[in-house]
Design a protein. Structure first.
Length: 151
């Protein structure tokens, strides 16, 4: 079975490195994710193609696909006339990723407020820096929320 996708090797390597670091993916998981990104028509990539393209064991491919599915980076589907599962990028992941970022920023603001209440900063300059930082977090939260409604 030949690879079904046309891949630019330089872009592929950039994607593997970037998403491997960003999502803390193991090397094969990052390669699978980068490969699926090149499925621009969303036809889906079957399990057997991953095994062949990456010359990896079925258990390694299966474990990495499950990791990507659990992280909601990819989705799977079956067609009516085949038993095979096909894998595609999860388009909803962008929203999920940024909602997670928003939640982390909100959590940080709550923690900073608690810390500030516990240990009031007497140094005006430090107080101003903390307030500026919290204001930056709040602006970013608002900006991301407004942008998410558009995509």
């Amino acid at each position: 079975m030949p690879a079904s996708l046309v891949i630019d090797q330089e872009i592929f390597q950039d994607l593997v490195k970037f998403y491997g670091e960003t999502f803390q993916l193991p090397p094969l998981g990052a390669k699978i994710y980068a490969y699926v990104i090149f499925d621009f028509e969303k036809k889906g990539i079957c399990f057997e193609e991953f095994v062949q393209v990456f010359a990896a064991s079925k258990s390694s491919v299966s474990a990495n696909l499950n990791l990507l599915l659990n992280a909601k980076l990819i989705k799977d589907f079956n067609t009516l006339n085949e038993r095979k599962r096909f894998f595609v990028i999860n388009d909803d992941f962008v929203t999920l990723r940024f909602l997670n970022i928003i939640n982390k920023m909100k959590q940080e603001i709550v923690i900073l407020d608690k810390l500030q209440a516990f240990w009031p900063i007497k140094d005006e300059k430090k107080q101003q820096r903390l307030e500026s930082y919290k204001m930056l977090l709040n602006k970013n939260i608002t900006n991301i929320e407004e942008t998410l409604h558009k995509i």
